[in-house]
Design a protein. Sequence first.
Length: 509
Amino acid sequence: MKFSTQKLFTLATLLLVITAPQFSLARTADEWRARTIYQLLTDRFAQAPGQENPQLCSNNQNEPEIRHYCGGTFSGIVSKLDYIKNMGFDAIWISPVVKQMDNETEVGVGWHGYWAQDIYQINPHFGTPDDLKNLVKAAHDKDIWVMVDVVANHMGPQEKKTPRTDDYVKAYNPFNKTDHYHVFCLISNYNDQGNVEYCSIGSADDPLPDLDTENPFVVSEYYNWISWLVKEFNFDAIRIDTARHIRQEFWDDFTKSSGVFSIGEIPDGNSGFVGSYQKHMDSTLGYPLYFKLQNLYSNPNANMYEMRDIINSNRNSFNDTRILGNFVDNHDQERFAHKTQDKVLLRNAITFVLLMDGIPIIYQGVEQDFTGAPTGNDPFNREALWPTSYSQTTPTYQFITNINAFRKVVPQSFFTSLSIEAWIDEHIYAFVKDKALIITSNYGGNNPNRDLVIQGNGVWPTGEVLVNVLKCDEKITIDGSLNVPVKIDGEPKVLYPENNLKGSRICGL
Ligand SMILES: *[C@@H]1O[C@H](CO)[C@@H](O)[C@H](O)[C@H]1NC(C)=O
Ligand SMILES: *[C@@H]1O[C@H](CO)[C@@H](O)[C@H](O)[C@H]1NC(C)=O
Ligand SMILES: *[C@@H]1O[C@H](CO)[C@@H](O)[C@H](O)[C@H]1NC(C)=O
């Protein structure tokens, strides 16, 4: 057979269209501003439909068991997307997807995804590459964006073997040469940034081999890889694990190569230190705010004036605090519901995180009041979700749903503006954002019965009626001095003009 050039060209174009990966929209920081993220651990979120083993990891205190795979998969996530969607989330953060070391260690195996063996293969415990593509597509079909967790600092551990020998490194792909790794040392001083970047995390028995991210092969391989990963699977953002363990300049081209919104993990309370990373990636997790808020809201004796200080120092230290990833819980920190049993305090913390400047992240299980008992920490704060039967009727699930619905009603200016402090004292922190007045406190279940007059500063006219979106029968009328008279009872309040809620179906309006 003979084809004309024209026909060949048409055929080639056709093949290209058929075989080309899904067109990627490459979501930017600006597009992420108004999103709300649900953080899930793939192994712990949902098992594959028809292949469930509900007993597995149903006893979260069985420590050997929960340090191994519990059976969650990509197809499991697909089957439970409505559980996430119905709570009002429009983005998920999934744990790392690459193939892990399967070696047994004294702390189990890499079910969490942070112990890579081959960065070009997909973790077979979670499904096939096509299963992962199906997950992203199914999420996009429901307008849920997908942020993938990625690691560039280290590979997975091999128990009681000395890293950086030929015999050791041959297990990894593509980093199978000794000079792809730093000479072995365990991090000994977190105040010495050189030590933090050069040496290994992990324990003496199970160090995580630390990649030489100054080695040109390692650097270019990572830039190619992140570009491939995001395009191949059509991800909308990356969450960068152990970001502070690699020199900052490495991230400039890494994040550029990804082509999407990036958010780095720097688990430190110092705004200046964490803020310096925002020059090298779009955003970071809001750790400085987190360390304050978890204490301020869980401890009725903590002094809320510290909230003002941290907000100010964040604004001075970050390029843009409005895209920081804010959270109450994650898989690395003690569960809030373990610090305190008081659900009123939990609701105050959740309200603050969902409405303060930033992109809120709610970690799986918060909605089910998981406590991470007995310690609240790793490994117990990584509970499987199936023992809850994915109930959508728990008070916390519904509470989150209400605030997320409210986030869908406010104008875009809500997400581009900075909050303005409206009231502060030892127990109360209140702020205005757009036309919303958000009042939080750390009284918890001890109702203080306080009457407060909060200055309106001209945000609302006299006579304007504000409804508490969290308790629809509570309405407040702006008084003749343009102020807001409120009764403080310990519960958070989200007050918004009734007029602006018309047609939203919030509070039946
Ligand atoms: C860990 O697993 C890799 C890959 O299966 C293997 O080559 C290596 O020998 C194992 N290491 C140990 C210490 O068992
Ligand atoms: C290292 O990986 C490369 C690329 O996959 C491969 O060609 C090479 O044979 C590997 N070297 C060793 C020592 O396994
Ligand atoms: C700082 O933030 C602004 C607003 O989000 C953004 O346009 C700008 O690119 C950021 N600058 C840097 C250096 O990241």
